[in-house]
Design a protein around this ligand. Structure first.
Ligand code: M6R
Length: 618
């Protein structure tokens, strides 16, 4: 993970580097650092957050016209100042240092380190990044141009990474390279920039170039040049399209909210409305929503394989129920990191659907490519980031228009993924003649109503907040659901553990008596998702089993589910019955529960420990 920023401008770049790092902090926040060139390379590093780095920069009055900066999610080496980026090679005395920041993993760093140590380079950190700095320094001895030396260096490195490099003797330029990890350039009136994602540069420019794998770019304050150094090919200069980003800097401001997670929970009505915009005014569902090739590809689709991680995987699990029930399509849902190392049997009639908020999750990307290699001809990406690798690599695509999701805990990305997956289900069902016009119109009407229904679901917040007080004292929790709501229980448990650090597990309620019931006592809160569907009767029996053993039940029920509150049985009713959309509506109170419990416990809601937003490493 990690976030990197680089800038060369006609004015001091420290503010833009710090602003960029703040925007990228969601990618990792174990330490932060920067280097600017001002009478040599000036370096600042801290194990604190970017705010700490900003204070250091102010007190030490650091400034310069070119610089690179980094916010870290530790992979090689503990979070410490010694391991914080930028890393140097070379000597201060001779003014000959190379500085490097890096996002990703260098897989051959051990052999590289050994080789460079044999060449006489001295390592002072435990990181793989330091090997890059020494490698570039070593290549510079043979190839005096920094861009060309970086090209030669990346040809020797294995793994997925993005780097930015500065040379002490050339304070007027930076060189950046992309190989499997996101990196873009920003072209501005007062300078040129590079960053891991667009949000980092919005204050400086809207004109972006998305680099491709093997691209190495040299930036000065008046221009840039890009070459491509793919392994096995001759180095050649390339032109890349300049895009004007539609993202506004307001979209990434916190506004009146206390946390991004809170903002993003409450943005869900508009996020879903934006995602479904093309459908909301339509009278029928069309495969073209998924790309011009969709009709042809969907006509050949006999089954679905969903690949995703974390919350996106939970969205896939919900979709399986919909695809089987509404579209009559067999569906497998696989954790991407597991799928990519199995030997599954490919089927040419299977459409591979990858789901990802970021579109940069390394496991999901690798699993999608692996599925293709195995012989699955077509893929569809459901993703929230238009310029992401996932979107670029898939044959078909559907963009969830949730807007930037900054809180590490995924909220609006999940509900917009679910809305998209329901749309996909209806489209496939229609093409397979499984959808009567009446049902199609009902699904469109339900989707049209969804933003309002979510608004209603948000109204239970005061009741959830009241529960959060006692919940926050607990050390463990169980989440129960049945059928299509079982993945919603899984998502509720993930949200709670991720941001409140309470250990939470989800079970299909029918599984309780096969083992987990042994955990139930008065100290174990049990959260149940209890919509009024055909499984409610069975779920109620499961709840009785908990109640009889002294467990304390917290039940989220539909407006019309007959569950009466009593001793150790707390009930919150949603304002409406969700029907097909019920999993989406039942997600909302679970997000609120996790959020308020985390507030009670005083955790860092948007940046929970040990995690990062975009998981771009294996
Ligand atoms: O960007 P992606 O949707 O591919 O990310 C997948 C997971 O890393 C992500 O959903 C993670 O589980 C969330 N932090 C959960 O809230």
């Amino acid at each position: 993970m990690c976030g990197i920023v680089g800038a060369v401008a006609i004015n001091n770049v420290v503010p833009i580097l710090l602003e960029g790092l703040q925007r990228l902090e969601y990618r990792g926040y174990d330490s932060a650092g920067l280097v600017v060139s001002h009478e040599g390379l000036q370096r600042l590093r801290t194990t604190g957050r970017v705010l700490e780095l900003q204070k250091l920069a102010e007190t030490q009055q650091v400034h310069g016209y070119a610089g690179i900066a980094h916010t870290r999610w530790a992979t090689h080496g503990a979070p410490s100042e010694r391991n914080a980026h930028p890393h140097f090679s070379g000597s201060k005395e001779q003014n000959s240092r190379i500085a490097v920041v890096h996002n990703g993993i260098i897989e051959n760093y051990e052999s590289m380190r050994e080789r460079l140590q044999n060449e006489g380079y001295w390592f002072v950190s435990d990181t793989d990044t330091e090997a890059i700095a020494h490698l570039v320094a070593s290549n510079l001895k043979k190839i005096p141009d920094l861009l060309e030396a970086v090209c030669a260096s990346i040809a020797e490195l294995r793994g997925a990474f993005a780097i930015a490099v500065m040379e002490e003797t050339r304070p007027d330029k930076i060189v950046v390279a992309r190989n499997g990890a996101p990196l873009l350039l920003g072209l501005g009136a007062s300078g040129n920039y590079a960053a891991s994602d667009v949000s980092a540069l919005l204050k400086a420019t809207k004109n972006m170039i998305y680099l491709e794998d093997g691209d190495v770019a040299e930036l000065t304050n008046i221009g840039y040049r890009i070459v491509n150094c793919q392994q096995g090919e001759a180095v050649h200069q390339v032109e890349r399209t300049v895009h004007e980003t539609q993202l506004s800097s307001e979209a990434i401001e916190l506004g009146p909210y206390a946390h991004y997670m809170q903002k993003e929970i409450f943005e869900q009505p508009s996020a879903v409305a934006n995602t479904l915009e093309m459908v909301l005014n339509a009278q029928s569902i069309s495969p073209n929503l998924f790309g011009s090739e969709a009709e042809n590809i969907f006509a050949q689709t006999r089954s679905i394989l969903i690949l995703a991680c974390g919350t996106s995987y939970h969205a896939g699990l919900v979709a399986r129920y919909w695809l089987e029930t509404v579209a009559g399509l067999p569906c497998n849902v696989e954790i991407a990191s597991e799928y990519r190392y199995r030997d599954p049997i490919a089927d040419a009639g299977t459409l591979v659907v990858s789901i990802s908020q970021s579109g940069e999750t390394a496991d999901t990307l690798a699993a999608m490519n692996y599925a293709k290699q195995l012989g699955h001809p077509y893929s569809l990406a459901i993703c929230n980031v238009a310029e992401s690798a996932l979107i670029r690599q898939a044959d078909l695509r559907f963009l969830t228009r949730a807007g930037p999701e900054i809180g590490v805990a995924s909220t609006k990305a999940f509900t917009t993924q679910l809305a998209s997956l329901l749309l996909l289900t209806a489209t496939l069902a229609k093409m397979r003649q499984k959808l009567s016009t009446e049902t199609e119109l009902r699904i469109i009407a339900d989707l049209r109503h969804l933003p309002v229904a979510i608004q209603h679901a948000l109204q239970v917040e005061p009741q959830v907040k009241a529960w959060a007080k006692s919940f926050a004292q607990k050390r463990h929790a169980l989440f129960l659901g049945r059928g299509v709501h079982y993945p919603i229980a899984m998502e509720g448990a993930l949200k709670l553990k991720e941001i409140s650090y309470i250990h939470a597990e989800a079970y299909a309620a029918g599984e309780l008596k096969h083992g987990p019931l042994a955990l139930v006592d008065s100290e174990m809160p049990v959260v149940a998702i209890a919509p009024n569907d055909q499984l409610l009767g069975k779920l109620k029996s499961n709840l009785q089993e908990v109640h009889a053993r002294g467990g304390e039940l917290y039940v989220f029920a539909d407006a019309d589910a007959q569950i009466t509150p009593g001793e150790n049985l707390h009930v919150i009713r949603l304002l409406e019955h969700g029907g097909l959309l019920s999993p989406i509506l039942h997600t909302i109170p679970l997000q609120l529960l996790a959020y308020h419990v985390a507030l009670e416990r005083g955790t860092d809601v948007d940046k929970p420990r040990n995690l990062a937003k975009a998981v771009t490493v294996e």
